[in-house]
Design a protein around this ligand. Structure first.
Ligand code: SAH
Ligand code: SF4
Ligand code: F3S
Length: 473
């Protein structure tokens, strides 16, 4: 049997980070990552936060089943949030699925896949929640290729370059927001021991990472369970920021109710903490926020924004918004538009409310008509587009430091365009051959991971175009 695999990732950055780890763990065991056509084992890492990504999992498995007709030995593994939710149901529905692993079960998935490779009739389900953060084996592997997610529901531009590392600091969520399935699929909050976080961050920097993103469903409550060993999120940030050689530090996701004033201050104090914060607002009406169980109101949210801008005036704020939550009136929705105008988010992910099994809002009424919700979504997105355009336009002529990630996907702009991000996380497409030197010839090595000073020459709808304004360093 040929130990080749292909991972397909849906969902948030937690899933992207999990797929990255699984790739490295399998490569360390002698497996080879390959394309879909050549893989013997498919891993589908799934998301169930809304109905659409869940449905996508079934259609993807249906599509993969077609490969099996020519190669009867093929095996599939389903991991992540839909696996946790549906569990062994996958074995019945798709007989070529021989492994299901939940979000705590992933630590044992590489061994299980080794076993399945050796035992063609075996099936394994790894679905138990564990009482503490399940520390995974250390499989730092500098040469492992990075998995490119097929589709990314929440994290925006999914691809990351080799200089970017995602480090988990916690698992699960205790908030039980009324609409959200995550506490059901990821289990209770479990913070990872601070020493383990620091060790992994240090090792990743030693292996070439210049940017680290600390990941958790609600990083601001890091350490409030027993796993943090008395260290809170602000202190963890300080310790990670102090790692020599770390150029950029980011974190996601933040719940406004738990943001500590010390974290807000950190934006003004830690030089390598990037001026960007994703702070999900979800709704602009106090009544809807209360029914969602978010535990903050407009005033509190605006106060946090003011504090952040005082600490770091250039901070780029982004958010998540839901429209059509049960009972949302036209006036409630107007309050969401109003918050968008007041805060002027640089960008946002906005979603139509979707009933998820087992959540409190399933029983809330009245449900909002789909066409009404869709119309609200379009109005919200159109306002966001205008604000995004305006904020990006203001950056024309300014200078930015860009961390190069990969060749630009914009093929029509020519092979010399590279994609990277500025400090705030904005995508910058950079022409590298017009400021002397050229790319990649002008660089002695692969430009991915280099920091380049750039001048912003043009604002596009969702990204910036730059040209080199100095040597890489
Ligand atoms: N832990 C993060 C969010 C995780 S889910 C946080 O608390 O912010 C990502 C986003 O999906 C949420 O912010 C929310 O905007 C959206 N979402 C979650 N459940 C949803 C549902 N049932 N319907 C529509 N959108 C939903
Ligand atoms: Fe879901 Fe709320 Fe937890 Fe975020 S904080 S994962 S929205 S329950
Ligand atoms: Fe989706 Fe699970 Fe992340 S439901 S958003 S993959 S936590």
């Amino acid at each position: 049997m040929d130990k080749t695999f292909h991972i397909i990732t849906f969902g948030c950055q937690m899933n992207v980070g999990d797929s990255d780890w699984l790739t490295r763990a399998l490569v360390a065991r002698g497996w080879r990552q390959t394309t879909e056509e050549h893989a013997w084992c498919f891993v589908v890492n799934t998301c169930s936060v809304r109905e659409k990504p869940e449905q996508k999992v079934y259609s993807e498995l249906g599509r993969l089943a077609a490969y099996r007709r020519g190669k009867p030995g093929l095996l599939a593994a389903v991991g992540g949030c839909v696996a946790q939710q549906i569990g062994q149901g996958f074995f019945e529905r798709f007989p070529f699925v021989r492994l299901v692993f939940g979000t705590d079960g992933i630590a044992a998935a590489p061994d299980a896949l080794d076993r399945l490779a050796a035992e063609p009739d075996a099936r394994v389900a790894l679905l138990d929640f564990l009482p503490a953060y399940p520390e995974r084996e250390d499989v730092l592997h500098p040469h492992a290729p990075h998995p490119a997610p097929a589709f990314d529901a929440d994290a925006g531009e999914p691809d990351a370059g080799p200089a970017q590392a995602f480090v988990n600091i916690m698992q699960g969520c205790d908030n039980f927001c009324a609409y959200c399935i995550v506490p059901h699929t990821r289990g209770r909050q479990k913070s990872r021991a601070p020493q383990a976080v620091l060790d992994e961050c240090r090792a990743r920097v030693e292996q070439g990472a210049r940017e680290i993103t600390l990941l958790g469903q609600n990083v601001n409550s890091y350490g409030l369970d027993s796993g943090g060993c008395g260290v809170g999120f602000a202190e963890l940030l300080r310790r990670v920021a102090a790692i020599p050689g770390l150029v950029r530090l980011r974190f996601t996701t933040s719940h406004p109710k738990d943001i500590d004033p010390a974290v807000i201050r950190a934006f003004g104090e830690l030089a390598n903490l990037c001026p960007a914060l994703h702070l999900p607002l979800q709704a602009g009406s106090d009544a809807v926020l209360a029914r969602m169980g978010r535990k903050y109101d407009r005033t509190r949210y605006l106060g946090i924004v003011e504090g952040l801008r005082a600490a770091r005036p250039d901070i780029a704020l982004t958010t998540d918004l839901i429209v059509g939550f049960p009972g949302e009136t036209e006036d409630d929705f107007a309050q969401t538009l109003d918050m968008m105008e007041r805060v002027r988010f640089e960008s946002s992910f906005s979603f139509r409310y979707s009933d998820r099994p087992g959540t409190a809002s399933v029983r809330m009424t009245p449900k909002i008509d789909e066409t009404v919700a869709q119309a609200r979504l379009l109005r919200l997105q159109s306002l966001q587009n205008d604000i995004t355009k305006e904020t990006l336009k203001r950056l024309e002529g300014s200078e930015a430091v860009v961390l190069l990630e990969a060749k630009s996907r914009k093929q029509d702009e020519g092979p010399s365009f590279w994609r990277g991000r500025d400090e705030a996380g904005r995508v910058v497409n950079l022409r590298l051959d017009d400021a002397g030197g050229g790319a990649p010839d002008g660089f002695r090595r692969d430009p991915a991971g280099l920091l380049v000073r750039a001048r912003i020459v043009e604002a596009k709808n969702h990204s910036l175009v730059g040209e080199r304004a100095g040597q890489p360093w």
